[in-house]
Design a protein around this ligand. Structure first.
Ligand code: ADP
Ligand code: MG
Length: 350
């Protein structure tokens, strides 16, 4: 009998045992990739298109740190995969497959586990469909801690064409996709730190919470950027912090015009348009937009790409001479031309 409890289709299949859970919730997500063998083998076997290289990334999200225990499980599925697809987009890659390690609290009843997994898998399915990727493997374990979900995503890019944080040159223009700061406002709304949120209408509040819970990775943008841009990053830590990463890796400085940073109608409704609010928006994280540095003569190519994708790409700054590369110098310029100094804790005027 030893080992029988682990056999698929055995007594465990009736409950929420490991193999039953894999077959029921995860195997359907592997149907699009033959090399996943229906999640029935020890590993997946994947082909790489001729002339391409594999791009690989891994991100973990933890309950209480990256999401809330009472977030809808669908949105946790979307977030777990989205943050990884965003990293692939930032490298200029086309995503193809992902692996999932799901560590679930051992104290959960089988009913609770199954209910949560059904929602989680439907969130994964939604994002998979949107981007043409499949689940190809993973691991499922019980732990004496909070929910912990690790996704490893794989994509491909033409050999030698992957985008890097390194490569920005003085004179380059800095662009960012979409809008900045919504996810940070969503987090603030969920934690009761957003003063205006109580007066705001439900739709406005819901819009920023949605940006926090369900990031939209800029996959179709990222894969179009090789051959056009010099350097690229996805905005996960915060706009200024991530631009500083590009500067540090590229050995350059940058100037950012605060008033040019694109913010959504929802953000304006919630916090208004004063300088302090705008600073908070460029310091907040979790937007998963794409930031890139591009030569000035590529302005038309960038505008065409924006029109083609129906996605705003806004020029927000420029790359400058080295400054102090060790600091990843980013000068943030206020509305009246003053240089603002930002810190994690706030800012001060010179
Ligand atoms: P092994 O013991 O050989 O490592 P496992 O029992 O961990 O295999 O998993 C069996 C199969 O199910 C493998 O193909 C594995 O990739 C897949 N799998 C396990 N957990 C997950 C998961 N959370 N998501 C996707 N596939 C999974
Ligand atoms: Mg094995």
């Amino acid at each position: 009998m030893t080992g029988e409890r682990n056999l698929p289709g055995g007594a465990e299949a009736e409950g929420g045992g490991e193999f039953a859970m894999i077959a029921r919730y995860f195997a359907p997500l592997a149907a699009g990739e033959g090399g996943a063998f229906g999640l029935g083998d020890d590993a997946a076997v994947l082909a790489v298109p001729a002339g391409c290289e594999v791009v690989a990334t891994c991100d973990t999200i933890v309950e209480g740190i990256h999401f809330f225990g009472d977030d809808p499980p669908e949105s946790v599925g979307i977030k777990a995969l989205a943050v990884n697809l965003s990293d692939l987009a930032a490298m200029g890659a086309t995503p193809s497959a992902y692996l999932l390690s799901a560590a679930m609290p051992s104290g959960w009843s089988s009913e609770r586990r199954c209910g949560w997994l059904a929602g989680f898998a439907s969130g994964l399915a939604e994002l998979q469909r949107a981007h043409g990727v499949s689940l190809v493997g993973g691991d499922t374990v019980a732990i004496g801690g909070p929910l912990c979900l690790t996704v490893t995503a794989l994509g491909w890019v033409a050999a030698g064409q992957a985008l890097r944080r390194k490569g920005a040159q003085p004179g380059d223009r800095v662009f960012v996709s979409g809008s900045i700061g919504d996810a940070g406002l969503g987090l603030a709304a969920l934690t009761g730190r957003l003063a205006g949120a109580d007066d705001a209408d439900d739709a406005t509040r819901a819009a920023v919470i949605d940006r926090y819970r369900r990031p939209r990775p800029r996959v179709s943008l990222g894969r179009r950027l090789p051959g056009i841009v010099h350097a690229c990053i996805d905005v996960s830590d915060g706009l200024v912090a991530d631009l500083a990463h590009v500067c540090k890796e590229s050995g350059v400085g940058a100037r950012l015009w605060l008033e040019r940073v694109p913010v959504s109608a929802a953000a304006l409704a919630l916090v208004g348009d004063d300088e302090a609010s705008r600073i908070a928006l460029v310091e907040a994280g979790d937007d998963y937009e794409i930031l890139f540095a591009v030569a000035p003569e590529k302005g038309t190519a960038v505008a065409e790409l924006a029109a083609d994708l129906g996605l705003p790409l806004t020029e927000i700054g420029e790359i400058r001479d080295p400054g102090d590369p060790a600091k990843g110098d980013v000068e943030v310029i206020g509305g009246d031309g003053r240089v603002l100094t930002l810190t994690r804790r706030g800012y001060r005027h010179f």
